[in-house]
Design a binder for this molecule. Structure first.
Ligand SMILES: [Zn+2]
Length: 171
């Protein structure tokens, strides 16, 4: 892929978090993400909810998997706030929250919880998906479903590096 972000690219929201592999198992997920659709699979044979994207059901090994759009609503299963990073791709982003999110459709995914004071994040916090641009990619992140929670004091209203904030605010 000629458009893959390299370490020499300018920093952006998710520099260093871009998918390292774009294969036929995950390509539909990333294509949907470009349309701001969070997708998951279910197994036609055993009805298991499948995430991350796979070619076969991890429960019964059936290859009959069907894609669905998630409503993008869920809650924080657990999380960690990173307050110190020696990785230069992340050092200027601290503190930031890495979380496992339980989506209402029954799958769990790792992401970031953004636009909220990290100290206001709790297990069980209701969140909704939002999207952040990084190069040609749109990456799913999560914001509090309750907009009354305190904003992240470390994040300026507009990204300092000029990367557009996608799907937040005025749309
Ligand atoms: Zn199955």
């Amino acid at each position: 892929m000629s458009d893959r972000t390299t370490p020499t690219d300018p920093p952006s929201f998710a520099a260093g978090l871009l998918p390292a592999v774009l294969d036929r198992d995950t390509a539909p997920f990333w294509a949907a993400a470009r349309q701001r659709r969070l997708t998951y699979q279910t197994c036609d044979a055993c009805a298991a909810v499948v995430f991350f994207p796979r070619r076969h059901c991890p429960g019964c090994l059936s290859a009959a998997l069907t894609w669905h759009d998630s409503a993008g609503l869920g809650e924080v299963y657990t999380y960690s706030v990173v307050r110190n990073s020696r990785d230069p791709r992340f050092a200027d982003r601290v503190p930031y929250c890495v979380a496992w999110i339980d989506l209402d459709e029954g799958f769990r995914m790792m992401s970031n919880v953004v636009e909220v004071d990290p100290d206001a994040i709790t297990v069980g916090l209701r969140v909704r998906v939002d999207w952040r641009a990084s190069g040609d990619w749109l990456l799913p992140v999560f914001v509090p479903a309750d907009p009354a929670l305190p904003a992240d004091p470390a994040v300026p209203a507009e990204p300092a590096d000029g990367a557009p904030a996608v799907g937040s605010g005025d749309d």
